[in-house]
Design a binder for this molecule. Structure first.
Ligand code: CO
Length: 139
């Protein structure tokens, strides 16, 4: 395992449009992608670009969304996960499990169209941690 670049920070929000307006107005965000649905993960997603990384805004898609659960505890939203890149998601999963860490589910297609997995917060000091396979051919 070799820690790759920080790809994005996942931020839960009850409203992507309100969150985008806040990033623009308060922080001067300029590059904001189109919001899109990711039904497999029950989220609506929108990326705000920073020069060295991205903010992944996450809105619940349905009442059984993990983000809906998060917003029950944190109604205003908040930091949900961090995401680092790895070269090979299946190798990362095997290595994490060999080291005794709990990987949540099987690798699946994430918001960038590459395979992702999540490591349980209990193994990561309370931080839900996403690993994402680096897109082939770069970003
Ligand atoms: Co993410």
């Amino acid at each position: 395992m070799k820690l790759g670049p920080l790809n994005h920070l996942g931020i839960a929000t009850p409203s992507i449009p309100d969150a985008v307006a806040r990033y623009r107005a308060l922080l001067g965000a300029e590059k904001v992608g189109e919001a899109f649905d990711l039904p497999a993960q029950k989220v609506r997603v929108c990326f705000v670009d920073a020069p060295n990384s991205q903010i992944e805004l996450l809105e619940p898609l349905g009442d059984d969304s993990p983000i809906a659960k998060f917003l029950e505890k944190n109604p205003a939203g908040g930091q949900h996960h961090v995401c680092f890149e790895v070269p090979d998601i299946h190798a990362a999963k095997a290595e994490l499990e060999a080291k005794g860490a709990k990987v949540l589910g099987e690798p699946r297609i994430g918001a960038h169209g590459t395979l992702v997995l999540f490591v349980h917060p209990k193994d990561m000091g309370g931080v839900l941690t996403e690993l994402m396979e680096t897109p082939k051919g770069g970003h």
